[in-house]
Design a protein around this ligand. Sequence first.
Ligand code: FES
Length: 133
Amino acid sequence: MSSSASGADAAATSNSPAFSCDVSRSVSPPVAPPAVGEVLRLMIDGWPVAVWNIQGNLYALDDICPHRGDILSEGGLARESDGSFAVVCPRHGWRFDMETGDCLHAPDRLRVWLVQYVSDGILVLACPDTHEF
Ligand code: FES
C-alpha cells in the first residue's frame, strides 16, 4: 500500500496491485477522487465500479457481488485481524479483501482496478485483465 500524501487535493494516493493493466479508462465526465471516508460509484462502459478512499488510499473494485449481485458499495467496511480492509456485502455479509478482491468466504473474486490519480485531479482506472468492454 502506498503512503498517504498531504493536502486536500492530494489526500488520496493510488493503491498498487501487483498486476499489469491492459486497458485504461479515463472516467467520463472527469471526476475527482472521493474524499477520505467516501465512496464514488461509477459506470465504466456499463460496468459498475466503486472507488473507496480509506485513510487516503484509493481502492477500486467491481461494485457487484458475485454471490447474488448486490451493490457492494452500499455495504460497510470491515477491518480484518491483519489490519487490512474488506468491503462487506449488504445482503449476506460476504467480505472481500480491498487489495486483492478475494472473497473471504468462497472462491469468488472481484476484479481490482488500478487507480491512477493524475495531477489535474482526474481519476483514471485501468482494468487488471482483458475485460469485455
Ligand atoms: S449478494 Fe452479496 S453476499 Fe449474497
